[in-house]
Every structure is written in structure tokens, then in C-alpha cells.
Design a protein around this ligand. Structure first.
Ligand SMILES: NC(=O)c1ccc[n+]([C@@H]2O[C@H](COP(=O)([O-])OP(=O)(O)OC[C@H]3O[C@@H](n4cnc5c(N)ncnc54)[C@H](O)[C@@H]3O)[C@@H](O)[C@H]2O)c1
Length: 454
């Protein structure tokens, strides 16, 4: 007899979104429309997937909610922060992801969601210009036009926001999900990002170069007892100091970067090459994208963050150190296949991204072949169900007493977190990630984790 020791999902679940842009509004609109029975939550694992439990004659395929206590869509309350003041209805219309007919039936619900002022520093996202931002506490030492609060003031204001939202909406639990813009690349600095005490000292010293605003959101969420999920490639919670905070507060963290279009294809297709022992000499990925995300990523410092995230996928699936004959040639140094990723801002396409992959493989006796993949996807349509799954599963993990990096959520992420300080490898292969996901659900449901990861 199986026994789940997960606490029940009683009461309301507050989902506080950092960012009220294309992804966030598509997510919220879809949840509201589903609640009214006007659409289906297609693409969501928590709403559709069925997992085998038991073996042989005892085996059954059950939905997640039949195995573990998941929060219900009816119990979700949304809140958000954004640099722009428009409510979620205005922002959904602006994003042009969804047709008006798919927004109007839930207009009232969306209009009620008004973004709280953002903890924002323009140096981190140069192309944004909104004025719905937190202001510094006035003080004589600030005369001379200091416009943004210190990092520690940001933390305190965000903590207050979370507490107030929770109380005003009668929420039993909160989850904070970053669906805001990609910040510029912040290299991990051992002196600031490795120990919680150093991170806190840097926040208090207002170290603006090494403390990104996103870190203030994560710090505030964890300290207020809310799991934090990073949907962009920002390093935010992918630093040992935040792992320490997650352990201390016993809160789950997950990241980075929603695995939606091109990388989903990559993590699903690369195993075909690897499993079949074919060679790879190069993989060139390019995209055209015209939404605000594309605009932000047109800035080289912001693209750098994305590039690091997108490049990491192949390296752990097709490994030159394990198979030098197959994966040890192709780039300038001739030690690894050549792997390039480009994103081009092209306004006419808006959210309807087009991705091209050119894959140069080789077979028997080194004879070359090519695979071309042309994915005409819709970015936010792919990201919205991931938002739902990441929020519901992080809330589940918290109730199950799981804290720190949630590796079972790697399935949903381009650049899954792992302990790089001890040489732990990330799991990027989609099918292995799915095994991690299924086993975690089984375990939290009180069943045996019965699939080996090899
Ligand atoms: N859609 C996808 O397929 C996909 C995949 C992976 C990652 N992402 C990431 O998800 C994020 C959201 O994408 P999007 O298409 O919704 O972008 P978007 O530009 O439409 O929305 C992002 C919003 O975040 C706001 N913002 C920026 N900095 C903020 C801050 N410090 N505090 C509060 N709000 C802030 C912006 O004003 C904007 O409204 C991006 O970082 C993107 O890279 C998207």
C-alpha cells in the first residue's frame, strides 16, 4: 500500500510573476480560460501526462493529481511585478500572442491584475524604459538624483509585497516565478556568490555590479517561504549562496530558462545521434523573433546570458571526452563539434519565432550528411504550460519537504541547475529528464522510483 507523505494542497496558491509580458499574460489568460471551460491546457504535463506506477499485472497509468496532491487551477491567484504599469489585460493585448476572442471572455480577471512596481536597474536591461519601478527611500545623502533603491531596499520592499499579497488574497502558499526579461550576464564571482553571508553583505553594500535585481526577487521569495523559479537564463539562483539560502529556508528552487522551442528539439533530437553512434561535426541554430524578448536579446550583453544557456544543452548529451571519434572534431580547435546559436530581432514575426537548425552529421567511414529542422513555433504558447507545471510542481515539492535545487524539473529547463562546484553534470537529455520527473512524482506519491537513469 503506497503512502504519500506530502502535505495536502489546501487553500489558495498565490503565483506571483516577475514580469507581466508575453509569457506571463499568455499563462494567466490560459489558466482563466481553462477554468471557465473555454479552452484546454494543451502542453501541460501536470494536466495531461499519465505515469505508470506499479509493475506487471499491478501496473496503472495515472495522472499526476491521482498520484500526488496538486494545487487545483481554481485555487490559483495571480499577482505580478512589472516595469510597465499596464494591467494584465492591456499587456496581453499589447503582446499580440492571443487573439482578442481568446482574451475578452476573461477580461475582468486580467484587468484586476495590476503590476506592482518592479525592482529594476536599467543597466541590466538597457532596452526597457518603463517607470513603474520602486523608488529609493528619500534621505539627505541621496540628494543629487539617486533614482534607484539599494539592493537591500529592493529586498525589503519585495518581501513586503509578498507578505501584503499573501494577506490580501488569503493565500495559504506563494510561488514566485521569474517570467521577466533576460538580464545582462553576471559572471559567478566566488567572493560574492559562493556564501550566503557574502551575498547578503554585497546586497547591503549595494554592489550593483554583482547583485542583479533578479537576485533580490529570489532572496525575498525564499526568505518569505516561497519557492523561486528562474524562467530566464539569468544566473540568479544558480549560485552556491542561493543554494545555501534555499537549504536554510527549506524552499525549492529551479532554473534556468524555459525549454520551449529550439532547445526542446535539440534535447530531443541529439539523443538520436548519440544513441545511434553517429558523428557530429557541427550544429548551427538560428532564430528570428520580433517580440519584446527579441528586442532585449538584440542587446549583446543580454544575448550573452541566453547564448551560454542555449549552448550548454548539447555538450552533456554528445560528449567529445566519451566519444572522441564521433564528437571530437569540427571547431577551430578541433576538439569538439562546432556549435553556434544566433537570435535575430525581426519585428514582423512578433512572438511567432522561426528557428532553423542545420545539423552536420557523419556516418560510416566519415561520410557527411545533413539534417535541417525548421520550427515555426509560438514562443509564449510553448512557454505558458511550462509556467503552470513549474509552479504547481514547485509548490508540490515544498509541501513534500523537498528543498534546494529541484533536479526533477530539469525537463522544463534549457540550462538545468546542478552543483558545478563538485563537478555534478546537468541532465540535458530529454528522455533522461523525463525519467527524473516521473520518478520524483512516483516517490512523492509514496511509490517506488523504479526507472534507472543510465
Ligand atoms: N517564450 C519563450 O519561449 C521563452 C523561453 C525561454 C525563456 N524565456 C524568457 O522568459 C522571459 C519572458 O519572456 P517574454 O516573451 O514574456 O518577454 P516580455 O519582454 O514580453 O516580458 C518580460 C517583461 O518583464 C518585465 N521586466 C523586465 N525586468 C523586470 C524586473 N526587474 N522586474 C519586473 N519586471 C521586469 C518587462 O517590462 C516585460 O514586460 C524572458 O527572459 C525570456 O528570455 C522565454
Amino acid at each position: 500500500m503506497n503512502v504519500s507523505n506530502v502535505k495536502p494542497a489546501d487553500g489558495k496558491l498565490g503565483i506571483m510573476l516577475v514580469g507581466n509580458g508575453a509569457v506571463a499574460t499568455t499563462f494567466m489568460t490560459g489558466v482563466f480560460m481553462t477554468r471557465k471551460g473555454l479552452t484546454k491546457p494543451v502542453g501541460s504535463m501536470t494536466q495531461y501526462d499519465k505515469i505508470r506506477i506499479g509493475r506487471g499485472a499491478d501496473k496503472k497509468y495515472l495522472k499526476y493529481e491521482e498520484i500526488v496532491p496538486l494545487a487545483r487551477l481554481d485555487d490559483i491567484v495571480f499577482g505580478c511585478w512589472d516595469v510597465y504599469p499596464q494591467n494584465a489585460y492591456q499587456s496581453a493585448i499589447y503582446a499580440e500572442v492571443l487573439k482578442e476572442k481568446d482574451i475578452e471572455p476573461v477580461r475582468a480577471e486580467l484587468e484586476a491584475i495590476k503590476p506592482l512596481p518592479a525592482a529594476f536597474d536599467k543597466n541590466y536591461v538597457k532596452r526597457l524604459d518603463g517607470d513603474n519601478v520602486k523608488r529609493p527611500t528619500p534621505s539627505p545623502s541621496r540628494e543629487g538624483g539617486e533614482q534607484i533603491p539599494t539592493r537591500w531596499e529592493m529586498v525589503e520592499a519585495l518581501r513586503e509585497d509578498i507578505r501584503a499579497f499573501k494577506a490580501a488574497n488569503g493565500c495559504a502558499r506563494i510561488v514566485v516565478l521569474w517570467a521577466a526579461s533576460t538580464e545582462i550576464y553576471v559572471p559567478v564571482d566566488e567572493h560574492v556568490h559562493y556564501r550566503l553571508a557574502d551575498l547578503e553583505a554585497a546586497m547591503k553594500a549595494d554592489d550593483r555590479e554583482r547583485i542583479a535585481p533578479s537576485m533580490c526577487y529570489a532572496y525575498a521569495a525564499l526568505t518569505e517561504g516561497a519557492p523561486f523559479i528562474m524562467g530566464a537564463p539569468n544566473t540568479t539562483v544558480d549560485i552556491p549562496a542561493m543554494w545555501e539560502l534555499a537549504e536554510k529556508t527549506r524552499m525549492p528552487i529551479a532554473g534556468k530558462d524555459f525549454k520551449t522551442g529550439q532547445t526542446l528539439v535539440k534535447s530531443g533530437f541529439a539523443p538520436i545521434i548519440g544513441t545511434r553512434c553517429l558523428g557530429l561535426s557541427g550544429w548551427f541554430s538560428t532564430n528570428i523573433l520580433g517580440n519584446r524578448d527579441g528586442l532585449v536579446l538584440d542587446e549583446p550583453a543580454n544575448f550573452r546570458t541566453k547564448e551560454v544557456s542555449k549552448l550548454s544543452t548539447l555538450e552533456t548529451i554528445l560528449r567529445p571526452d566519451v566519444q572522441p571519434d564521433l564528437y571530437g572534431h569540427g571547431n577551430d580547435e578541433d576538439t569538439q563539434y562546432c556549435h553556434k546559436v544566433r537570435i535575430n530581432y525581426y519585428p514582423p514575426r512578433n512572438d511567432n519565432k522561426e528557428g532553423w537548425d542545420n545539423i552536420d552529421i557523419f556516418g560510416w567511414m566519415g561520410y557527411p550528411m545533413q539534417v535541417k529542422i525548421n520550427f515555426l513555433c509560438r514562443d509564449s504558447i510553448l512557454a505558458a504550460p511550462l509556467c503552470l507545471d513549474l509552479c504547481l510542481l514547485s509548490d508540490l515539492a515544498a509541501r513534500a519537504g523537498r528543498y534546494g535545487t529541484q533536479r526533477f524539473l530539469s525537463f522544463f529547463l534549457k540550462s538545468p541547475m546542478h552543483d558545478y562546484t563538485v563537478g555534478e553534470a546537468p541532465v540535458n537529455n530529454l528522455y533522461q529528464q523525463y525519467t527524473l520527473l516521473k520518478n520524483a512524482i512516483r516517490e512523492m506519491g509514496g511509490y517506488e522510483a523504479d526507472e534507472e537513469l543510465d
